[in-house]
Design a protein around this ligand. Structure first.
Ligand SMILES: NC(=O)c1ccc[n+]([C@@H]2O[C@H](COP(=O)([O-])OP(=O)(O)OC[C@H]3O[C@@H](n4cnc5c(N)ncnc54)[C@H](O)[C@@H]3O)[C@@H](O)[C@H]2O)c1
Length: 349
């Protein structure tokens, strides 16, 4: 299966159609991109500029800008710097931005591309598992605000996404595992096959990436701008985002989502939708990747407040995505504080 997938692609239907292509040599794909634009600006975290020798791609038409690592790049202050760079380089509408890195990088690169000159072409070359299966797919781009995560953003699909799984060879175990939280999420909301393959994740990684992207592609095709169906991708994210903020982004996104997934499963159980066996399956699978599934007992009031300000809550009532079975998402509306508190107690330490 893994070899069959090489060089194949998945089409995404969004504000326009584009391809996610699985390749064996991302540098070859990059040179094709570089040849089709007068100027290209690569945005990548400094550690990856060094480790993947991105400076070697520099030419009279290709520039590289090294960003801070992780969430530090997704700030309004840093965005201002990026706009300065675009101005200094004189990037025009026929030029392009290429984000090479994890989800923070492609989120930032896509948002710079959305806002510079009211939108220029951009490409995503995700290097982390979370980037390949989630962040670079689906056209959501953005940065964080002091008030919360991803509050400033735009729907802005890339021209294409290049997936080269060999990037994962240098990914830390921690980041690989964090990416697996999103893979596991895709399994629970849509495809039991993903959960089977996840037991041997390293061996099955190309197929897992492929299947997880398929889940996202299917959802984005029917609801690009998240009026309803796309919300299922937020399974585990309402509490996850609140934990990320409370931890000042010191936890990986996937680590916070892992806790959020167990909480969302427990809430599905508390509200009478999901069996305890499937809740346990969440815990078993996520702990296999050394992912956290519990959180501080005393943090509940702060988390509740943060969840209430999450952009996914509508009006006064908190709403969550739950599941009623594997592959069967449900919208948990009008959940009471008591129910939330009961579910939280089950994950609290
Ligand atoms: N736009 C979306 O739809 C969407 C979806 C999910 C997550 N996200 C965002 O994505 C981010 C999380 O993504 P992430 O986990 O990739 O985080 P990240 O981009 O911060 O990467 C984590 C770390 O791994 C390093 N790294 C990346 N690729 C590497 C490689 N091949 N080898 C060695 N090190 C490597 C990065 O430099 C960084 O230090 C969050 O900001 C989250 O909000 C966005």
């Amino acid at each position: 299966m893994s070899l069959e997938l090489q060089m194949k692609s998945i089409s995404i239907k969004a504000e326009r159609d584009y391809e996610i292509t699985f390749v064996e040599d991302w540098k070859k794909s990059f040179s094709e991109i570089a040849q089709s634009h007068a100027k290209v600006l690569i945005i990548a975290p400094s550690e990856l500029v060094t480790s993947f020798n991105l400076e070697s791609l520099k030419s009279s038409s290709v520039q590289v800008i090294a960003t801070p690592s992780g969430e530090a790049a997704k700030s309004p202050e840093y965005l201002l710097e990026m706009w300065e760079t675009c101005a200094t380089l004189g990037l025009t509408r026929s030029d392009a931005i290429v984000g090479i890195g994890g989800g923070s990088t492609t989120d930032l690169a896509g948002f710079v591309a959305a806002t510079w000159l009211r939108g220029i072409t951009w490409y995503a070359i995700p290097t982390s598992l979370a980037g390949m299966v989630d962040a670079a797919i689906g056209g959501k781009t953005g940065i964080n605000s002091a008030h919360g995560k991803n509050l400033i953003g735009a729907f802005n699909s890339p021209q294409s996404v290049i997936i080269d799984h060999s990037f994962l060879n240098s990914l830390s175990a921690r980041d690989f595992n964090a990416g697996m939280a999103e893979v596991v999420k895709a399994g629970f909301i849509d495809n039991p096959r993903i959960l089977e393959l996840a037991s041997k994740a390293k061996e099955n990684i190309i197929e897992l990436i492929w299947l997880s992207i398929e889940v996202k592609a299917k959802v984005v095709a029917v609801d690009f701008k998240e009026s309803k169906q796309r919300e299922i991708l937020n399974y585990g994210h309402t509490l996850g985002h609140a934990i990320e903020k409370l931890e000042s982004y010191k936890l990986r996104h996937g680590e916070a989502v892992a806790i959020g997934l167990v909480f969302a499963a427990e809430l599905s159980n508390v509200t009478g939708h999901l069996s305890s066996e499937i809740v346990s399956q969440h815990r078993d699978l996520l702990t296999r990747f050394d992912l956290p599934t519990t959180y501080k007992k005393g943090a509940f009031p702060a988390l509740l407040e943060l969840m209430a300000s999450d952009k996914k809550s509508r009006g006064a009532a908190l709403r969550f995505i739950g599941i009623s079975d594997i592959g069967k998402p449900v919208w948990l509306e009008n959940v009471t504080t008591d129910q939330i508190s009961t579910a939280y107690e089950r994950i609290a330490l």
